[in-house]
Design a protein around this ligand. Sequence first.
Ligand SMILES: NC(=O)c1ccc[n+]([C@@H]2O[C@H](COP(=O)([O-])OP(=O)(O)OC[C@H]3O[C@@H](n4cnc5c(N)ncnc54)[C@H](O)[C@@H]3O)[C@@H](O)[C@H]2O)c1
Length: 246
Amino acid sequence: MRTTWDFTGTRALVAGAGGIGGVVAGELADAGAAVVVLDVDEGNLARVASGSAKGLCADLTSADACRAAVDRAVDLLGGVDVFVHAVGTNDRRPVLDTPDEVWERITSVNLDSAFWLGRAVGGVMVPAGYGRIVYLSSVSGLLAHANHAPYAATKGGVDQLMRVMAREWAACGVTVNAVAPGYTETDLTREYLAAPGVRASLESLVPAGRLGRPADLTGPVLFLASDAAAFVTGQVLYVDGGRTLV
Ligand SMILES: NC(=O)c1ccc[n+]([C@@H]2O[C@H](COP(=O)([O-])OP(=O)(O)OC[C@H]3O[C@@H](n4cnc5c(N)ncnc54)[C@H](O)[C@@H]3O)[C@@H](O)[C@H]2O)c1
């Protein structure tokens, strides 16, 4: 496949083999990186894994599992230069109808894993004096979408986690940034977008007139993962067709 990027010699770890993580991992591999992808879903891993992208199955909802997954990935890659966090889950319901287990599952997958994996990866990158970390945040980290309380809280949390990591590691050659998509067509949104009237109503909120596609995220993520972004850190890059302008 043709790519505008050159990641030859780069060792990349991508957590999340779904719609967005899958295309990002594929693009990094096409650009010459050695890639390890983590996910709990064997089917998604199988779709992404190829000659240059290796899949590791892991449920990333505990600190031990995250530590072990990063250790295995670093062993396989011989280090880690790029880390992309693209695992996520959602369950859309009003605050008053959100049970404890939904709150706990969403915060664990979206935010706890962001801390546990980021801390483990940072522990390798900081002593090495080089690293590029990119978190998948969301426009809902900024906007108050109804029926998104746990999800929005985790994305606001990811933005702040990212900023503190960026500040602590800036002097060590490690940049930490986030990419924040608007509604993008993946498994995370498929069922919701199929409900009557939802797609048209969401599209009407996007100045560009359409929802996002996973491929819309590859350029922004790979830019932040590249040396071209060496002096960019602690930033949230919105990739939303203008959704946050209105
Ligand atoms: N699709 C969107 O509209 C959208 C919008 C804004 C932000 N995002 C964010 O982008 C990222 C990627 O989302 P996506 O759209 O590709 O969704 P997706 O559902 O296609 O992929 C998410 C992946 O996370 C994996 N995952 C879930 N729980 C896990 C666990 N416990 N351990 C390991 N892996 C687990 C899933 O198996 C899946 O492969 C997420 O952080 C999501 O919040 C997505």
